[in-house]
Every structure is written in structure tokens, then in C-alpha cells.
Design a binder for this molecule. Structure first.
Ligand SMILES: C[S@@+](CC[C@H](N)C(=O)[O-])C[C@H]1O[C@@H](n2cnc3c(N)ncnc32)[C@H](O)[C@@H]1O
Length: 367
């Protein structure tokens, strides 16, 4: 297995062991094994229902065989198995595949395969009516994603459909501007509001907090490559003494104009102490200053920190418990060239915008 795929496999295997459903659909309020499996699987049924409606409107009539590449916990495979005689589900993580197998409950028309190769040589050519891959190709190096896309067209039958999602580029809002510019003194005025944070945490536990950040100065904040403008946090004890300086960071968008407000999430980690504490959020320009040191008023949110009491608490509270998955994209023009080079045509490109501009490409291999 190539080295960079080993890293991908390690990350997904660890995530699958810790919290497989959240790793697939990372809703902040579902972290810590909080997804109800029925609700999780229902999202897959809805997605596949819409997919098949869209495909039929484009002339797709296959019912025999589908490939779900990067099947995760089986959310899409199980839904596909209701519409196809045979589904093949491939994933790089053995634990994801085991989870999917359990959810599939012995469905006889799904074949699960753990594949850690950078190709799909485990699959014979020209066998699928449909190849589908959603929120997978973004989590690997772009060269690996391009290699799998080529393989999709090898394993689909002539006239068959290949539908895959992959980001193209970061939105302008999230692109950093120049490098090395320091905001002037009068720009260092922020209002931070905590939108959503817990009242208690276990010592060492991580949690995602949503914040609203307003640029209260008369100067536009333009993101910088070298001196990034971030929101960060410290922890302060009940006595006002700092317990932990510099916990987490989250980048602000590419620009927050004078008077503008943006929303960001930040993953904080409770210090390994118990008792009442306050988490303090402030804007920081890296290697320049915290805004609070220049008169800006940080947001404070009280959190009671408790000692771990169960095994589950301990696992959840381990600081490195959740590894971070990589996010990558391939520019849309390159994807179009790749599809054409594989002898296929693009029938539809559905745009989806988050930090990334992403596309779901619906393509058909020419007969
Ligand atoms: C965000 S999950 C999506 C799962 C599924 N497609 C869904 O939407 O429910 C990403 C999945 O891609 C898998 N994956 C990542 N790299 C892969 C690779 N090179 N080959 C196969 N699966 C991969 C991960 O193990 C993980 O299960």
C-alpha cells in the first residue's frame, strides 16, 4: 500500500473504532456516538432516493449492479441494495466495513470488500450499471482520488453511470489573501458571542463550540497567509487565574469586513483539572497579538469540569482520540478532462458550497 494511503487508512480505522457514524456524518451534536442508527441510515435512504430520481431523469435504467466506493458504515450501500440486485461495497477501513456488515444484517445482495490498494484491481472490468461515491474522494491525496476515478470507468459497463463527489477549490471567502500583513491597532476590536457550548465537560474532553464573531472596528479584516486571523481560547479558573493559555484555534473567513459578523466552530479541549472554570474566546492574529491585549473584550463561558467516571468517558476524553481527516480537492476543469480522457461524458454537475466549492459529477461511460 502506498505510504499516503496507509495514513488515510490509519485515520479512518481509528475514527471507525471511536465513532464510526459521526466520522461519516460529522454533525457537531452527534459526536460521541450520539447518532441514532435509524436516523443515520434514513439519511442514506433519502440520498439514494434523490440520486435515483435524478439518474432516471437522465435516462438511467440500470437495476443489476452498483458499486459504493468508500462505503463507510453502509449508509448508502444498504439503501442501494433496495434498488439493485447486487451491490459491491468497498472501503479502506476494516472496522467501517464490519460496522456496515452489522447494519446490513446479513443482506444477501451486498458484498463487502476491504481494499487498501490504490486501484480497484479486486474488481473485474465492465461489471457495474452504477458506480457511486460520495464524501470519500475528498479525504485522500488528489493523485489517489484521480486514480480511483480512472478505475471507476474501468469497472462500469459501457453506457453505465459513474456519479462521484469531489471538492474543486476553497471558496473565495476562505482563501487567504497576501502574506505578512499585520492589522493596524484600530482593527483589533472584536465581539465574540458563544452560540452553543456545554455546561459541563469531563477533564480532557473535546467538544465543538459554535461562535459568532463580529468585526467591531472600522477596518476590514483580510485573512493573511502568514499572520492568520483566528479565533482561539484560553481556560481560566474560578479564581480568575489562567489554567491553560492557548487551547484551540479556528480560522476566520478570508474577509470579515468592518461591522460584519461570521460564524465559526472551534474544537476546545477541557484542561485536566476538575472544578468550575471559564473558557475564554478571543480573536488572535498569529505571531502578532491577541485582541484582548489591545482592549477588545473576550467572550467567557462557564464550564464545570468533572473527573472521568467510566471507560467511555476516558476514551472520549483522550485528547488525541479523534484524528483529523484530510480534505482535498481536484479543480473542476481537471476533473472534466479526466472524465473525458476515460471515454465518458458529464451529464450533470451539482454544486455544493461550504468552505469548499464541491461538485457531484453525474457521468456516463460512452457505449
Ligand atoms: C465520510 S465517509 C463516507 C462514507 C459513505 N460514502 C457515506 O456517505 O455514508 C468516508 C469513507 O471513505 C473511506 N475511504 C477513505 N479513503 C478510502 C480509500 N482510499 N478507499 C476506500 N475507502 C476509503 C473511509 O474509510 C470512510 O469510510
Amino acid at each position: 500500500m502506498p505510504g499516503d494511503l496507509r495514513e488515510v487508512q490509519d485515520t479512518w480505522e481509528r475514527l471507525a473504532q471511536i465513532d464510526p457514524l459521526w466520522a461519516v456524518l460529522s454533525e457537531p451534536d452527534k459526536r460521541g456516538r450520539k447518532w441514532c442508527p435509524d436516523d443515520f441510515l434514513a439519511t442514506g435512504r433519502l440520498e439514494i432516493e434523490h440520486l435515483l430520481e435524478d439518474l432516471r431523469s437522465l435516462g438511467f435504467d440500470g437495476r443489476e449492479s452498483a458499486l459504493d466506493f468508500g462505503c463507510g458504515a453502509g449508509r448508502l450501500s444498504i439503501a442501494l441494495a433496495a434498488g439493485f440486485s447486487q451491490v459491491v461495497s468497498v472501503d479502506i477501513s476494516p472496522t467501517m466495513v464490519e460496522t456496515a456488515r452489522t447494519f446490513a444484517g446479513g443482506a444477501s445482495n451486498i458484498r463487502f470488500i476491504v481494499n487498501d490498494r490504490d486501484d480497484l484491481s479486486v474488481l473485474a472490468p465492465g461489471q457495474f450499471d452504477l458506480v457511486y461515491s460520495n464524501i470519500v474522494l475528498q479525504h485522500m491525496p488528489p493523485e489517489a482520488a484521480a486514480g480511483y476515478i480512472r478505475e471507476f470507468y474501468r469497472v462500469v459497463r459501457p453506457g453505465g453511470f459513474v456519479v462521484f463527489q469531489i471538492p474543486s477549490h476553497l471558496t473565495e471567502e476562505w482563501l487567504p489573501g497576501g502574506g505578512g500583513s499585520v492589522l493596524p491597532e484600530e482593527a483589533r476590536a472584536a465581539r465574540v458571542v458563544v452560540l452553543d457550548a456545554p455546561a459541563t465537560l469531563v477533564a480532557g474532553q473535546k467538544t465543538v463550540v459554535r461562535l459568532q464573531v463580529t468585526n467591531q472596528s472600522g477596518v476590514d479584516w483580510m485573512q493573511d497567509l502568514v499572520h492568520q486571523i483566528n479565533v482561539g481560547n484560553h481556560w481560566v479558573g474560578a479564581d480568575g487565574v489562567e489554567i491553560l493559555h492557548d487551547d484551540a484555534r479556528s480560522r476566520l473567513p478570508g474577509s470579515v469586513r468592518a461591522g460584519e459578523t461570521c460564524e465559526v466552530s472551534i474544537e476546545i479541549c477541557a484542561p485536566r483539572v476538575t472544578g468550575c472554570a471559564c473558557v475564554e474566546f478571543d480573536v488572535v492574529q498569529e505571531a502578532v497579538c491577541w485582541f484582548a491585549d489591545h482592549g477588545s473584550i473576550p467572550a467567557r463561558h462557564p464550564i464545570a469540569i468533572t473527573a472521568p467516571i467510566s471507560e467511555e468517558d476516558v476514551v472520549e476524553s483522550a485528547p488525541s482520540a479523534y484524528p483529523t481527516f484530510m480534505m482535498n480537492g481536484i479543480p473542476r476543469d481537471e476533473v472534466r478532462d479526466l472524465v473525458a480522457a476515460c471515454g465518458a461524458e458529464v451529464l450533470d454537475e451539482a454544486e455544493h458550497i461550504t468552505e469548499w466549492v464541491s461538485y457531484r459529477y453525474t457521468t456516463r461511460l460512452k457505449d
